[in-house]
Structure formats: structure tokens, C-alpha cells
Ligand binder design. Structure first.
Ligand code: NAD
Ligand code: IPM
Ligand code: MN
Length: 355
């Protein structure tokens, strides 16, 4: 049988709690499949930093790179913890992984499952995917500050957009749109103000569009996109956007489609030169950590994305179906359930439904 080497980074806060449930589900869904997952657990995040002073060593990165895929819970300590002031876990660990492993597609689907309450009331069908660029934009750390701490301080943070980097993610988004029933792609940017980067994104979308005559393309400024996400989310199918706009839009997208506890993501290197990394959109949620209060669904749906990426489409669909059934069941149940109880309920559905 096929063997898959999976690196697991449970991380901090609710990370280990939701990853434990995701791994239960992975185990259950792959039991009948001719595939063996070999797991390596990496202790990384704020907890590791506080113990050893390390954020991500070269050895860690090399060891992780030697895997077929990565499952990550969440990393990061309590915001403002003075002991973490110089750690910069987000840049030194999460973004370092995304950049080093060339995760140029940050794939963030947003689906409002039937029966799930949305703060929008009844918004109609919500089923879109944000293709967020993952290796460029304002995230690259191209900046600096002068006269720091003085009233004359000037802090620059320059967004980097290369034709190469924009074109590859735009092509991925067109492929995704072409393979979806509605075949619609929306570029979201801020071309009226960010004329250089916006101009590049717009030019490349227009050029690539010529190769995809079946895909309907439109454009929204990012501020207007937030209006339509709230007033008419059904208008979206595939959104392609830069790293920072994509970060902000996907928290909003999560909120309208059932909440941050349901939002899954994949950091993908489509060519497979490096392992792709799957993780919930949410963070380590220190406010609820350690109490079995976190919803593990986002982590479990990240497993579905992982399985799909590995070519195990049936197993992926079974996880999604079990999650959908669980979400429908929970919307009629009165009692809130613990993190473990949600995982167990989804495992039960999987094992009760033959493959
Ligand atoms: P957060 O996503 O951790 O929490 C925001 C709110 O959502 C909190 O009220 C939290 O309780 C709630 N929430 C999050 N996940 C939930 C779940 N599964 N079930 C129920 N409720 C949930 O965002 P934050 O508070 O801004 O960040 C906390 C830490 O996590 C910071 O250190 C931040 O940098 C880090 N972070 C990490 C990642 C990641 O690892 N990918 C992503 C975002 C934030
Ligand atoms: C996310 C997070 C990260 C991001 C942070 C923690 C670096 O918010 O995965 O959405 O901004 O990409
Ligand atoms: Mn975010």
C-alpha cells in the first residue's frame, strides 16, 4: 500500500486540541484505504520558543520538507505576552514555512452548509473559494523604519508583486474557475489607489483571461468586495487576490459562512516540489484554549483538503459528507459539545457509513 509521510505541527493554544480530532478523523477515513500515513510530530510554536528559544531551526525546516504534506493546528501565544516580544512566531514560523515551501496558493473555500446559521440571515447559496497569493505582497518583510521611537519615525512596508508570482497564482485561479460549474472569476484589488501592483494584477488577469474564454471575469475594489460579501455573497465563485487582501477577506468569508470554527485552508505548492500545508484559518485562540471549547471542524475540513490534494478524492468527499451531516445535526441540537465530542461524532458517522 501507498505510504504518505505527514508532518504534524499541533502548535499552541487550541492547536493541539483541534489537531487531535483531525487525526482521529484521518485515521478513521483512511482505515479502509490502501494508504498508510506515517506521522512525525514537530513541537513548534510559542510553547517551544518559551522552552528552548527556537522558532524554526534549519534542521526543523529540512525535516519538515522531507514530508509529503503538513497538517498544522495553530501557532502563536497570547497577544501581548512580553516573553514572546522577540519571538515573532507568525513571521519566523508560519510565514517562513509558507515562503520556504513556496506555498504560492493559499486556498480558502467558503461554503455555507445547509442549516448553518449565518449572521446574514438567509443569504442564499454561499459557495466560493478565495485564491489568496501566499508568497508576495506586503507579507514579504520588505521594509524598515528610521528614527524609531521618535516623533519623526518613518516606517515603510513595501508590497512586492512580481509578474512571475502574480501570473502563477492567477493561472491557478483560472484553472479552478474553469473546473467549477459557474466558471466565474473575480479579481479583488485596489487598482484605483495601488496603481503599480494593481496595474500588474489587472494586466495579468486580462492576458490570462484570453486563454480561458469560458470563464467570466470581473473586478472589484477590495472595499466594495466587503460590501458584496455581506449583501450578496452568492455573486462570488472564485476570488483571486493578493496576500493581505486575501487574509482580511477570508476572515470575513468565514464569519458569513458559519464562523471561524468551520473555515479550512490549504497552503499549496501546486507543482509538488515542496509539501503543501493544511490548516484551519483560525489562530490559537488563547481565550478558550485548554478547555475543550474549540470547534475542531475547521481542522477536520483541512484534512479533507489534504486528502484531496494527495489524490484521495473519495476519502476527502467522505470527510466532507460526515462534516456536513454533523453540522446539520448540531444546528438542531440544544447542547453545545466539547471539542472531543465533535470529533467523535464525525468519526462515528465515517465508520457507520461504508466506504
Ligand atoms: P484567533 O483566530 O485565535 O481567535 C479569534 C476569535 O475566534 C477568538 O475569540 C477565539 O476564541 C475564536 N475562535 C478561533 N478559533 C475557534 C474555534 N476553532 N472554535 C471556536 N472559537 C474559535 O485569532 P487571534 O485571537 O487574533 O489570534 C490568537 C493567536 O493566534 C495570535 O498569536 C495570532 O498571531 C495567532 N494566529 C495564528 C494563526 C495560524 O496559526 N494559522 C492564524 C491566526 C492567528
Ligand atoms: C492567517 C493568519 C496569518 C496570516 C498570520 C498569523 C501570519 O492570520 O493564516 O490567516 O496573516 O496569513
Ligand atoms: Mn488571517
Amino acid at each position: 500500500s501507498r505510504s504518505v509521510k505527514l508532518a504534524v505541527i499541533a502548535g499552541d493554544g487550541i492547536g493541539p486540541e483541534v489537531v487531535a480530532e483531525a487525526l482521529k478523523v484521518l485515521d478513521a477515513v483512511t482505515a479502509p484505504e490502501p494508504v498508510d500515513f506515517e506521522l512525525t510530530h514537530f513541537s513548534l510554536g510559542a510553547t517551544r520558543f518559551l522552552e528552548t528559544g527556537d522558532v524554526l531551526t534549519d534542521e526543523d525546516l529540512a525535516a519538515i520538507s522531507a514530508h509529503d504534506a503538513i497538517l498544522l493546528g495553530a501557532v502563536g501565544g497570547v497577544p501581548g505576552d512580553p516573553r514572546l516580544k522577540n519571538a515573532n512566531i507568525e513571521r519566523g514560523l508560519l510565514l517562513k514555512l509558507r515562503f520556504s515551501l513556496d506555498h504560492y496558493v493559499n486556498l480558502r473555500p467558503s461554503v455555507l452548509f445547509p442549516g448553518v446559521p449565518s449572521p446574514l440571515g438567509a443569504p442564499g447559496e454561499v459557495d466560493f473559494v478565495v485564491v489568496r497569493e501566499g508568497t508576495e505582497g506586503p507579507y514579504v518583510g520588505n521594509g524598515g523604519t528610521i528614527r524609531q521611537g521618535t516623533p519623526q519615525e518613518v516606517a515603510n512596508e513595501v508590497s512586492v508583486n512580481t509578474a512571475f508570482g502574480v501570473e502563477r497564482v492567477v493561472r491557478y485561479a483560472f484553472e479552478a474557475a474553469e473546473n467549477r460549474p459557474r466558471k466565474r472569476l473575480t479579481l479583488v484589488h485596489k487598482t484605483n489607489v495601488l496603481v503599480f501592483s494593481g496595474g500588474l494584477w489587472q494586466r495579468i488577469v486580462t492576458e490570462v483571461a484570453a486563454e480561458y474564454p469560458d470563464v467570466t471575469v470581473d473586478y472589484l475594489h477590495v472595499d466594495a468586495a466587503t460590501i458584496f460579501l455581506v449583501t450578496n455573497p452568492s455573486r462570488f465563485d472564485v476570488i483571486v487576490t493578493d496576500n493581505l487582501f486575501g487574509d482580511i477577506l477570508t476572515d470575513l468569508a468565514a464569519a458569513i459562512s458559519g464562523g471561524i470554527g468551520l473555515a479550512a485552508s490549504g497552503n499549496i505548492n501546486p507543482e509538488g516540489r515542496f509539501p503543501s500545508m493544511f490548516e484551519p484559518v483560525h489562530g490559537s485562540a488563547p481565550d478558550i484554549a485548554g478547555r475543550q471549547l474549540a470547534d475542531p471542524t475547521a481542522a477536520i475540513l483541512s484534512v479533507a483538503l489534504l486528502l484531496n490534494h494527495l489524490g484521495l478524492a473519495d476519502a476527502s468527499a467522505r470527510v466532507s459528507a460526515a462534516v456536513t451531516a454533523d453540522i446539520i445535526a448540531r444546528s438542531v441540537a440544544a447542547e453545545p459539545r466539547s471539542t472531543g465530542a465533535v470529533g467523535d461524532a464525525i468519526v462515528t458517522r465515517l465508520t457507520d457509513t461504508p466506504a
